[in-house]
Ligand binder design. Sequence first.
Ligand SMILES: *Cc1c(COP(=O)(O)O)cnc(C)c1O
Length: 976
Amino acid sequence: MLEINSSANTQLETIPSSASNSNGKYPKMNGQEGFVQRHLGPNFQEIQQMLKLLEVSSLEDLIDQTIPSTIRLNQSLQLPEALSEYAALNQLKAIASQNKVYRSFIGMGYADCITPGVIQRNILENPGWYTAYTPYQAEIAQGRLEALLNFQTLIIDLTGLEIANASLLDEATAAAEAMSLSYGVSKTKANSFFVSQDCHPQTIDVVKTRAIPLGIDIIIGDHQTFDFNTPLFGCLLQYPASDGIIYDYRNFIETAHNHNALVTVAADILSLTLLTPPGEFGADIAVGSTQRLGVPLGYGGPHAAYFATKEAYKRNVPGRIVGVSKDAQGNPALRLALQTREQHIRRDKATSNICTAQVLLAVIASLYAVYHGPSGLQQIAQTIHQLTLTLAEGLKRLGYSMGTEPFFDTIKVELGEKSLTEILSAAAAKEINLRVIDQHTVGISLDETTTIQDIMDLWEIFAGSELPFSVEEVLKTSENITAFTRKSAYLTHPVFNSYHSETELLRYIHRLETKDLSLNTSMIPLGSCTMKLNATAEMIPVTWPEFGKLHPFAPKEQTQGYQILFEQLENWLAEITGFAGISLQPNAGSQGEYTGLLVIRKYHENRGEIHRNICLIPESAHGTNPASAVLCGFKVVPVVCDDQGNIDIADLQAKAEKHQNNLAALMITYPSTHGVFETGIEAICNIIHANGGQVYLDGANMNAQVGLCRPGNFGADVCHLNLHKTFCIPHGGGGPGMGPIGVASHLVPFLPGHAVVELEGNDRIGAVSAAPWGSASILVISWMYIAMMGAKGLTEATKVAILNANYIARRLDEYYPTLYKGNQGFVAHECILDLRSVKKSAGIEVDDIAKRLMDYGFHAPTVSWPVAGTMMVEPTESESKAELDRFCDTMIAIRQEIANIESGVMDATNNVLKNAPHTAISLICGEWNHPYSREQAAYPAPWTKEHKFWPSVGRIDNAFGDRNFVCSCLPMAAYQ
Ligand SMILES: *Cc1c(COP(=O)(O)O)cnc(C)c1O
C-alpha cells in the first residue's frame, strides 16, 4: 500500500529495519529493500561464520563480553522507524521544499556562484573524490595532492604572498588562526590585537571568542583614525571592507610594522584578480574564503578558507601544506610537508589544533580556476564589477547616495527618505535579499550569477515606480578602481592554461582521480577515522538547490526547511548521545573539542571559578586534544596509561586530587584510543566530578557506542561527534567534516552564539565558526543516514563494527598480536596490531608494511598511532567478510614475505617491502636489479591480476622535501 505523498509529515512506508529473519534477508516491502542491509558489509550467514571463529554464540553475546554491563543502554533509542532510500529522499525533499531560495545580495563573505557541471558531477558528486582520506599515504594520493598544490599556487598567485596551506575551515577561523600565528611569532610583549570595524561581523565574533581564553585584548576600531598608542602584536583588516569600500592600507601597514605588529588582510579572493594583492602592499598574512570559486553557498558551508603568509613562518602555519619532494626513482612527488609541526607530534606545544580541513572544497575551487584560467577569472570579476558600477549609477540617478570611495562588487546605499521597511518589502516581493546595515542603510553585493535583469529588479525596488531610464543609458564600462588596479600576472602555470575545453578538463580530473585510492577501490581501514560507507542516497540531497543556494544570513522565514532539519538532527543526536543539548556549529572534531572546552570554561566562570584551568589528558589522547586545551587557556597535565592501555586510575586520582582547586576538565576518548572499552569509565568520571572538574569525551569513537551505551549516561558532560566518521559524511580527502557537540543540561546555556543570526539565551559563548550552523548543507548526509537506519539499524551497525574488528584481530592474532584487549579478550571497533617484533627480526618498519600494502591494492591502516610501530585497524560495519578476508590474507602474505627475510631467503635490504610500492614504470622501464620477480613485486595476490591499482610514484622521500621546501606548482621542466 505504497502511497506517494510528498508531505513531510507523511511516513511513506516503513521497513522493519532490524530483524534479520531466518534466511538472513531483511524483509522486502513493495519491492523496496531496507537500507540497513546495504549499509552493512556482512550478511546474516557471514555474521554467523564470523561469530563462530570468535567462539561466541551470538552478536549479543559478543557485545556482552565487550562492553561493560554497567554502562549498557537497556532500552532502544527513541528514533523514527527506518525509511528506505526512496522514502527518506522523499521525506527530505518535502523538508527541503520549505526552504525558499531567494536571490541573495547580502554579501558578507558569501557570494552565489556557478559550479561548472563538469566539476559538480566529476568531483563534488563523485565517490572517487569524496570518499578519499587525508593524503597521509602520499604514493596513492598524488591526484588530490596535485589538485591541492594547484590550490596553493592559486592562493599564492592571487594574494602575492610566498606560501599557502591546503585550506582551513572558514574565513573567520582562518582569521583567528592568523591572530594566533601573529601572537606566536611576535617579537613584542604586547597582547593586543587590532581588528578593523570594517571586517565581516562574524569574523570579528570568532576572533573575539578565540582571544578571550588566550588573554588577548581585542581592539575594534577605525583603521583610518587608529593611533597605535596601545602596543599591538597584530592587526586584522578586510579588503575590500565588509561594506564594499576598497581602502589603501599601505600607510596603516607601514605604521603597524614600525610598531612591530604583523598585519593580516582578509581578502576577497575573486577581487584579487583585479586589485593589487595584499602581498604587494605589505601584508604579512592573507586569509579568506574560496567559496565563490565554484562552491555552493550551502547555508554556510562547507567551503575552503585559505591562509597565505611569508616563508619565514612556514613552521607556524596552521593546517596542512602540500609540498613537493621526490620519490625513490628521483621523480617529483607530492606529500604533506613539515609534518613535524603538527599536533600529533607537538601536543600542547602545537601552534594550532586543525586536523580535518576542507580538502574537497579546495579541490573544487582549484579546478574552478583550472576551468576558467586567469583570463576567465578576470573576466568574471570584471563583469561583476561593471554590473556593480551600473547598479550604482542607476541608484544615483534615482536619487540615492552611496559615497565616492572605490568598490569592487559591493555598495552601501543610504536610503534617504525611504524607510527600511518599504525597501525590504519591495525586495521581498521580488524574492530578493539585501543586507541590512542599519535603519537607514542597506548593502548590495553582486556575484557571478547576477544578470542585467537582476540589476533592473534592484533598481525597481529602490525606484518604487517605473524606471525613469533604460539600462543602456546607465551601462558602465569604465572602472573606479584604477588606483588599485593589479599589474602583476597570476596563474601563469600551464595547469591553469591548458584544460579549457571540457574534454581536456574531464580527462584531467579523471587522471587525477585515478591516481588516488579511495573507497571505490578497497577498504581504508584507518583506526579512529571510521571510513564507512558514504551511501549515494545520503549524498544526493547535498546538491539540491533548496539546500545549496541559501545564503547563511538569509532571513529565518526562508530557511524553515533547514530549521526542521537542524531540530530533527539535534534531537536524534541528543537521543543517541544521552545529552540535553546539541550545537551544530563546530566545523570539525578539533573545533568541537575547542568549543566543548570553552563551554566548560564558561561554566566554571559562571560559578565564580574561572581559576580552574587544569586539563587532565591521558598520554594516549589524539594530538588535537592537548592542542585544543591550550587554545582554551588550559594547562595540560598528562595522565599515565597502564600496560593494558587503560588509564591508570591511581595516577588519575592522584592528579585530580592534587589539582582539585584548579581542576577544569578531563579529556578522555571512549572507547579508548587503544581500542578498548575501559571498565573504569564511570569511576573515572566520578573522580573528576568529585574534584570539581568536568568530563570532556572525545566522541571520535562513537561508532562503537551508538545504540549500546551513551556518554551522557555514564558521566560525560560534553562530547563531540565527528559526523564525518560515525555519521557518514565522507572525508573528502581531508575535509569537509562536522564536529557538533552534545552537552548535559547544566551546560546548555553556554552553547555557542552568533553575531549575525541571533540564537536564544544570554550566557552563550561567542561564535566558533563563521556560520551559525557550521557546514549546514552536509548535515543532510547524517540526517539521511539516521533516517534510513533507525534505532535498530544503527545499533546493528555498531555491533557489526565491533564484530568486524574482532574478526580481523582474531584472524591475524598469530601473525600480528593485538596489543590491547578488554578483560574478556575482545576489542571495541578497532584493533592495534603490534608489528614491532619484525623490526628486530627482519629490519622491517611499520612504514615498509604500509607501502607494501599498496602493491596489494590496499590503503594502510593508521600507522604508529597511538603507539609507535603499530597499525590500528578499523574496518567499520560496511566492509563485507570477503573484503575483511582479502585484507587479512594480504597481511598474512606480507608476514610470509617478512619471514623470508628473517630466514635469509630474501635479501635484507633489496626486498619487496623495502622497495614498495612498485610503480608500473619501475617494473617495465630500465634494468630490473632486484632478487625477486616483477610479478612478485606488482602482482602478489590473485585479485591484483583482476584489477590492479597502481601507485603513481615510488616511495617518497619526506626529509628531502622539507629540506628543499616548495609548496607551489613546479615548472613543467621538472617533470621532463
Ligand atoms: C579524528 C579525531 C579527532 C579530530 O577530528 P577532526 O575532525 O579531524 O578535527 C580527534 N580525536 C580523535 C580520537 C580522532 O580520531
